[in-house]
Design a binder for this molecule. Sequence first.
Ligand SMILES: Nc1ncnc2c1ncn2[C@@H]1O[C@H](COP(=O)(O)OP(=O)(O)OP(=O)(O)O)[C@@H](O)[C@H]1O
Ligand SMILES: [Mg+2]
Length: 268
Amino acid sequence: MTALETTHAPNPTGTAAAKAAAPAPLLAARGLRKAFELGGRSIEVLHGVDLDIYSGDRIAIVGRSGSGKSTLLHLLGALDVPTAGTVRWLGEDLQGKSDEETAAFRNKMIGFVFQFHHLLPELTALDNVLMPALIARQPRKVAQERAAWLLEMVGLAHRLGHHPGELSGGEQQRVALARALVMAPRAVLADEPTGNLDAATADEIHALIHRLHQETGAAFVVVSHSKELSGRMDRVLEMRDGRLLTPGTTQNDTTPTDGAAPTAEVVA
Ligand SMILES: Nc1ncnc2c1ncn2[C@@H]1O[C@H](COP(=O)(O)OP(=O)(O)OP(=O)(O)O)[C@@H](O)[C@H]1O
Ligand SMILES: [Mg+2]
């Protein structure tokens, strides 16, 4: 097992000894900033976020609407590019990769779950889960076995042939979770996966997230308003106005990489 494959989370006490023994993070984000162009002005909504995510971590990201949670998740998952700062997965900088390389890397390393499941309506549950593996040109038989196993694990062994329109909201989100895990990713990034569900169904999905975490060993980073979920995660990171209120790293190397001055809301 290499240092990168160790599964333990960082020591929250942050002692020198713990730091020395800490494994390399699965994901290290430094000095992440994001500005959007609006009406000829550049408005910065993320003001320099530092975050380490370790193998097997369970992290909740909480915070008010508009605080930057989805923006951060998109940058971590290379769905969008930062205005400044770096995102490194296993020490590898994603910037500088071609779009095709980034997509292949993302498909292999990261599973995504969104508030609205984004399942393909014309495909069955099984084929929706299979899709990322087929895109990665995995042999259909191998991929199908894993997809069926995942659908069984999320309690849908009896719904393999159903289309999304024939499934309940909770069942659709279960399919989306199975799809996120089909490539055996190192991390699942979920943006309010239960935001669209009633409380009882949301609780079932939360329990499922913990079970899937246990079964697969993937890190889970979940944006959620649910206290029930965040109460059971290893770390809860609170965002406010484009910043993390809770330190996202235990290391002492949080200097922004872009050398930018402290932030102003409107930067141009
Ligand atoms: N494409 C965009 N163009 C301009 N501004 C944007 C864009 N996307 C997000 N923003 C702004 O960035 C800020 C953060 O948005 P973000 O979606 O990250 O918030 P959030 O914390 O996920 O909120 P919610 O809980 O409502 O989902 C908001 O003020 C939003 O208006
Ligand atoms: Mg959001």
